[in-house]
Design a protein around this ligand. Structure first.
Ligand code: ZN
Length: 168
């Protein structure tokens, strides 16, 4: 599919709403300069020194140095930010799940671990996953990641339809 900054930003916003993201956080979609030489990595990017929330990846933030990639940056009001690199080849559901997973981690850490979005009847948060080709919130304990279990714990991550219409 073809990712656009506009639709990606829309999905990211809706996911943040579902995660109960704190006020004051901002979203930014960075589009790589595809005309640049491939080896140009840190020249004119918008990155400043960032504190990465994620473990590992000690070699700095992901920079969209390849064409057909978008980089979504979620920044909190205290300067902490996290970035998600999205390849154009990803399906819409995969993009939504990637955003949901990364943002969920960041928001949870930032809010001190308040589970969001809730997993009905459980104390842990729901987990993002692709179920039946659809980006969904699932229960990390019930194994429903691989199919609907009828408990209501597997439910779509509701985002506006992307450029490719998908009916269920
Ligand atoms: Zn659960």
């Amino acid at each position: 599919m073809e990712l656009t900054a506009a639709s990606t930003l829309t999905w990211a916003r809706e996911i943040l709403c579902q995660l109960g993201a704190p006020a004051g956080c901002t979203l930014e979609v960075l589009v790589p300069d595809v005309s640049a030489e491939p080896e140009v990595r840190y020249g004119e990017t918008a990155f400043t020194s960032r504190l990465e929330i994620q473990d590992g990846e000690a070699d700095g933030p992901s920079v969209p140095d390849q064409p057909n990639c978008l980089c979504v940056v979620l920044a909190f009001d205290d300067g902490v930010s996290t970035s998600v690199l999205l390849e154009d080849s990803l399906a819409e559901a995969e993009v939504v799940v990637l955003l949901a997973e990364q943002f969920q981690d960041s928001v949870l850490e930032h809010t001190g671990g308040v589970p969001a979005p809730p997993c009905p009847g459980h104390i842990h948060p729901a987990m993002a996953g692709v179920v039946d080709g659809e980006a969904s919130w699932t229960c990390p304990q019930s194994g429903s990641r691989h199919g609907r279990d009828g408990s209501g714990r597997t439910r779509p991550i509701r985002v506006l339809p992307g450029p490719v219409g998908q009916t269920t």
